[in-house]
Design a protein around this ligand. Structure first.
Ligand code: NAD
Length: 261
């Protein structure tokens, strides 16, 4: 066997869509920075006019070619984003989906008390939107591609105060496996990144999140919490050809917290 020639493949020439930047602290922002540093061309979205300047502060320096509005709960908006991508690039190589939402009253209550409407909304925005993004990406990925989403170990273990997002992330991780099986024949890979707790806007909606961060930092084998750049480094690898046989996985980026009982 000979050693592989040259440096590990980056993302030069690849076109990626980043869904879920809210501001510079977003996990999607850390990923976008790593995608751009690896040579990718980027498109990104913002939730609404209030978020737009914060998103542009991230995407501007990265030279994002498209920055478009997208609230996945508004019918047609996600479709419009993919239509714009198709017009601009004629194809797509990877998508990062880093979107989650649950209504505050349901997120802060027991899972058993979650309203049907709140459960449906959390599932629609945080999970079904990934299925829709995958369906819209599929025809644009004629030469194969990579779909990434972001989960949390509250999917598999009971994490205090994570509440309804636990079942929602469990569904998202299951969706990753089914999509990987369905899209594998098209060489479209599907994976989830699963970071430990990171202080972001979405995380601030979870009660006692600071305590979770402190406790995780104290007990995790590395005694360090994951940061958005750690997630970005893995995302850039998974988006690239170096990860071409990796699909259907949920990969922890948590300093080893997932090995603890
Ligand atoms: P964030 O607040 O920076 O990002 C969440 C994003 O979801 C925002 O950009 C927001 O605009 C978007 N969003 C919410 N509702 C939307 C809608 N209807 N349409 C379109 N976009 C919508 O927080 P984050 O922590 O970077 O979250 C990104 C992902 O990472 C989420 O899936 C979250 O569950 C996951 N995650 C976060 C942590 C953590 O500790 N922060 C840990 C593991 C997983």
């Amino acid at each position: 066997m000979t050693a592989p020639a040259g440096p590990a493949p980056g993302l030069a020439g690849k076109r990626g869509l980043v869904l879920g930047i809210a501001n510079e602290h977003s996990i999607a922002a850390g990923c976008a920075r790593h995608f751009a540093a690896a040579g990718a061309r980027l498109a990104a979205t913002f939730l609404n006019a209030r978020a737009e300047p914060f998103v542009r502060a991230v995407t501007g320096p990265l030279g994002a070619e498209l920055v478009l509005p997208c609230d996945v709960s508004h019918p047609g908006e996600l479709e419009s984003v993919f239509a714009a991508v198709a017009r601009h690039w004629g194809g797509l190589d990877f998508v990062l989906h880093a979107i989650a939402f649950a209504p505050r009253e349901d997120l802060h209550g027991r899972v058993i008390d979650c309203s049907a409407a709140g459960f449906a909304q959390a599932m629609d925005i945080s999970c079904h939107s990934f299925l829709r993004a995958a369906r819209l990406a599929e025809p644009l990925m004629a030469a194969g591609g990579a779909l990434l989403t972001v989960s949390f170990y509250g999917s598999a273990r009971v994490v205090p105060n994570y509440n309804v997002m636990g079942p929602v992330k469990a569904a998202l991780e299951s969706a990753v496996r089914y999509l990987a099986a369905e899209l594998g024949p098209n060489q479209i890979r599907v994976n989830a990144l699963s970071p430990g707790p990171i202080r972001t806007r979405a995380a601030s909606g979870i009660a006692h999140f600071d305590e979770l961060m402190e406790q995780t930092a104290a007990t995790t084998p590395e005694h360090h919490l994951a940061e958005i750049d750690d997630v970005g480094a893995l995302a850039a690898f998974l988006a690239g050809d170096g990860a071409q046989r990796i699909t259907g996985t949920v990969i922890p980026i948590d300093g080893g917290a997932h090995v603890l009982a």
